[in-house]
Design a protein around this ligand. Structure first.
Ligand code: NOJ
Ligand code: CA
Length: 559
């Protein structure tokens, strides 16, 4: 199918999108690193999930300080991932199968090895000097502000050659672009045009709400380390919408590109504002409830709070903006390890969590391995970790004696980004069918039993549950357009909601409790037919009890 055969610009409202983390998906040549040929070899599998598109994490040439989110060359691919021919083959094959391709693009910052930055840092008179954010230090030589980079340390990095500092919101290896500069904006728009011309259907816009910084660059309230968290000074700044509407007018609209923006720290009101320029945003409040300050976590989340966040997004975006629904991605741990169970109830809890999300209004994003109900991979020691965020945290907090090694290791195994970045388990063989070589990061601990081959063969597997639900919701008008209503929002164990269009639709009941729980149904209409049960029931049993992590989805009618 050529791109032209896709009808309408709102195709994303009818499908689920599958996220591929290329480094860990499938390795075709035994170097231990997943690659484009590997993805191509698994397209039939992706097709079998019934998804309508894939989002692939960055594959541009990069020194990989942050696994590709530090782009060295926006117009070239990382050689270990493959060639431009491989990429063309990938998009062509995806389109043949009716799968659209969403590319991840990093427009807030480049790599410090990007030619643009090398040029910008070469002299104050360089034509690209103003493409990045340069400032002189304070009179005493201290950095221009006390902002702390997201991956630790000052966000300002001293450059002796020009006696100036450059801003790196994430790390020194990721200098921020200066979007105030019109030439820089044009250069970034050219990046989008380049890949759209090569067949991609849209973009996941990395950290896109960080592009406009707080006017005047004020200091923040410093914590004990003398630094202030940077987010309030870079999130949703005053010019973000001006620049995104320019991007929409010049590139996105004329080239029919779908967009999903990563917009950490955004409210529903922000989401509505973004909807004028991009199709939807990822927000993170619903996956932050188990995380406390100073690398602490509490697995027991208040379910009413989770329900109220999800419900607020469902209700307030309705008719105004579109939800991007997700539990997992490459920055998040596995959802069964957070809200479900890793042991005997792993499969039922994974199925319940999928159902809770898939019947909401919006576009669900599924992260590779989520469809198998994979739990977090656990790391035994610090040297097994690969992610810049956690590796830096060890340097900044353990090596300085602020936190114990055990404390941070416990956190890394619960919330660290490597927990979900280990190789996709294709089969139970020693290297999980991912590679014939040595994987770039340790394999998960569970692939001998939890893998695609086993779950493919088991009609009751989590994988087959995902396939069924994803297929069921595809093009379903009630799921796309129906009204959302939540019941008994204060119940601490059960999430009950309906989706109804002209009085009929679906009733969704999900127990988030690992024990049996009593429940009185809040919906006053009739449940006419049971559609899905994660305990395999085929008739209703109205006992008022729900089994651990039970979910039942029924057809429903208002009286
Ligand atoms: C968000 C990406 O998802 C994450 O992986 C990355 O580290 C940061 N943005 C910086 O680009
Ligand atoms: Ca490879």
């Amino acid at each position: 199918m050529s791109k032209k055969n896709f009808i309408g610009d709102d195709w994303y409202k009818n499908v689920c999108i599958y996220q591929v983390y290329p480094r860990s998906f499938c390795d075709s040549n035994g170097d231990g690193i997943g690659d484009i040929r590997g993805i191509i070899s698994k397209l039939d599998y992706i097709k079998s999930l019934n998804v309508g598109a894939i989002w692939i994490c960055p594959m541009y040439d990069s020194p990989n300080r942050d696994n590709g989110y530090d782009v060295r060359d926006y117009f070239a691919l990382q050689p270990e991932f493959g060639t431009t021919e491989d990429f063309s083959l990938l998009t062509a094959k995806c389109h043949e199968l009716g799968i659209r391709v969403i590319m991840d693009v990093v427009l807030n910052h480049s790599s410090s090895e990007c030619e643009w930055f090398l040029s910008s840092s070469s002299s104050e008179r360089d034509p690209k000097r103003d493409w990045y954010i340069w400032r002189k230090g304070k009179p005493d030589g201290a950095p221009p502000t006390n902002w702390e980079a997201i991956f630790g340390g000052s966000a300002w990095n001293y450059d002796a050659k020009t006696d100036s500092y450059y801003l790196g919101t994430f790390s020194p290896y990721q200098p921020d672009f200066n979007w105030e500069n019109a030439e820089l904006r044009e250069a970034l728009f050219d990046v989008l045009r380049f890949w759209l011309e090569r067949g991609v259907d849209g973009f996941r816009l990395d950290a896109i709400n960080f592009i406009s910084k707080a006017p005047g660059y004020p200091d923040g309230m410093a914590g004990p380390n003398g630094l202030a968290p940077i987010r309030p000074f870079v999130c949703n700044g005053p010019k973000v919408h001006t620049w995104l509407s320019e991007m929409k007018k010049k590139v996105l609209s004329p080239m029919h590109a779908m967009t999903v923006g990563e917009a950490d720290g955004s409210s529903v009101e922000d989401a509505i504002r973004f909807s004028k320029e991009i199709d939807m945003i990822f927000s993170f409040d619903h996956v932050a409830l188990d995380i406390g300050p100073n690398f602490t976590f509490n697995k027991k989340i208040p379910l009413p709070k989770l329900k109220s966040i999800l419900s607020e997004w469902q209700n307030k975006l309705r008719g105004k903006a579109w939800n991007a629904l997700f539990w997992e991605n490459h920055d998040q741990p596995r959802i069964v390890s957070r809200l479900g169970d890793e042991d005997d109830l792993r499969a039922v809890s994974a199925k319940m969590l999928a159902a809770a999300l898939f019947f909401l209004q919006g576009t669900p994003f599924i992260y590779q391995g989520e469809e198998l109900g994979l739990p977090n991979t656990r790391f035994a020691k610090r040297t097994e970790l690969r992610d810049i965020e956690m590796c830096n945290a060890f340097v900044n907090y353990v090596d300085t004696g602020i936190l114990s090694q055990e404390h941070l290791m416990r956190f890394a195994n619960y919330k660290g980004r490597d927990t979900g970045r280990t190789p996709m388990p294709w089969d139970g063989s020693p290297r999980a069918g991912f590679t014939t070589g040595t994987p770039w990061i340790k394999l998960g601990d569970t692939h001998r039993t939890l893998n695609v081959e086993n779950q493919d063969a088991d009609e009751h597997s989590v994988l087959n549950w995902f396939r069924t639900l994803i297929g069921f919701r595809r093009n379903d008008r009630v799921i796309r357009d129906g009204e959302y209503r939540v019941y008994n929002i204060d119940d601490p164990n059960v999430y009950e909601y309906t989706r109804l269009l002209n009085g009929s639709g679906y009733h969704i009941l999900c127990s988030f409790c690992k024990d049996e729980t009593r429940y009185v149904c809040g919906f006053e209409g009739t449940k006419t037919q049971m559609l899905f049960s994660n305990y395999g029931d085929d008739t209703f049993s109205e006992t008022g009890k729900l089994r651990p992590f039970e979910t039942v989805i029924s057809k429903a009618e208002l009286p």
